[in-house]
Design a protein around this ligand. Sequence first.
Ligand SMILES: Nc1ncnc2c1ncn2[C@@H]1O[C@H](COP(=O)(O)OP(=O)(O)OP(=O)(O)O)[C@@H](O)[C@H]1O
Ligand SMILES: [Mg+2]
Length: 434
Amino acid sequence: MISLDKIHKLGKDTESAVDEVMSNAYSPDSVKRSPLFTAMKAAKLLGISRPSLNKILSDNPYIEVTPQTSKNGSPSAPKFTLEQIQFIRELLLGHSINEIQNVNIEEFKKNKNHMQLKIPRNLDETRPFIISIANLKGGSTKSTVTILLSQFLAMKGYKVLTIDSDPQHTTTDYLGFIPAEGHPYDYTEENTLLNLYQNKQPLRPLKSYWENIDVVPTEISGYNAEFILPVHQFQEEGNFFALLDYALNHKEEEWELSALTDSNCPAYNPDNYDIVLIDTPPSYSYSSVNALFASDALVVPVPPEMPDIAATGVFFNNLFEILSQFQKFTGDTKSYEFISTIGTKMSQKESNRESFKLIRDIYGSNCIATPLFESKAIEVASKNMQSLYELQSYNNVNRNTVNSAMQNVDEVFDEVESLVLEAIDKQKNLELEA
Ligand SMILES: Nc1ncnc2c1ncn2[C@@H]1O[C@H](COP(=O)(O)OP(=O)(O)OP(=O)(O)O)[C@@H](O)[C@H]1O
Ligand SMILES: [Mg+2]
């Protein structure tokens, strides 16, 4: 017989096992840190050659790099933090570019990731490009794609806001936020989406341990939005589905929805970000509909099993129904700059290859050409509360497995980045014509 005490113990035992994994992942002080990069990788992220990077370092000795020591205690090649890479990027982007002698910056200038990744908000203001990562099927890798895509874009220098709109809080956890008072990455309800949905207050994103990634975290209480949003709709004329859209398109001083309260935490400002990524729950809910309505584009991960593909069909059918209803209700039409499926968790198995072919046949140009392969490296990273990009030690996975997984993920996201840049170019041209 299972007594109440036993049930209580099951909960407590789980908590302590998870705590142990977390404290290993976040060691030595329960705080996550972003990875270090070799000079070769840093030069690649900056879009310059190794000799150019060396020249920048020798001409600007105040630029810090992180000294390393090898196992035998002798000094080895220094590594770069994301902050140091971003510092050099800003140096290259800024006025001081002329002061950097003899550096071949042509490659850097050509590098597409230094284009302004913003879309016009009105005549002289811009706002970030907004993407929801969505599908109805649980476990279809929405959070994995959100976290990795956030980190991929951040490493390239984009200013990213990652919003966790799934009360299961996977993305919040992996991005290092813990609702524990005193923790450096603590958060409270005013930082979560619930504050927007419940109190109609601006978002208050937090800086994460990854340079260039801010986060709107969530916690399990995020489910309350499902009770609160319909009540708002009932009590007052309001578009319950458009709150997040409003929040992402307005500065604090432009808010008309609520009496603003004081906070030590700065409110969201559309000028601060190039791109917003929203992780959504595996269901249609009032909050996920807010995310879908606020988005310029959708990324839809589709694993190779038939139930996943079938759920993707239901996702699109429901989206059609919901957006058609909006259209009737508001008279406005909603469209997306792009919708792109990604075949995920693909292996070289014959059956998976057939599934990917089926996905390509169904979605054609609405499918990223490269599948995201199932990888032991992603699995191991995830077990350690890390992302693939954070996997520094290769325990249980060999270096080639890690490198080929990273190459695969980069390839998939290069395609996503190109779609975003194309969409923004199109919008900018439309704005110019108007
Ligand atoms: N390419 C991959 N190779 C191996 N494992 C993967 C890969 N992508 C994701 N996973 C694993 O699949 C599991 C489910 O992924 P994830 O949590 O991202 O799905 P989800 O769609 O966000 O789930 P939910 O619907 O519950 O929010 C995780 O354990 C994750 O580590
Ligand atoms: Mg998830």
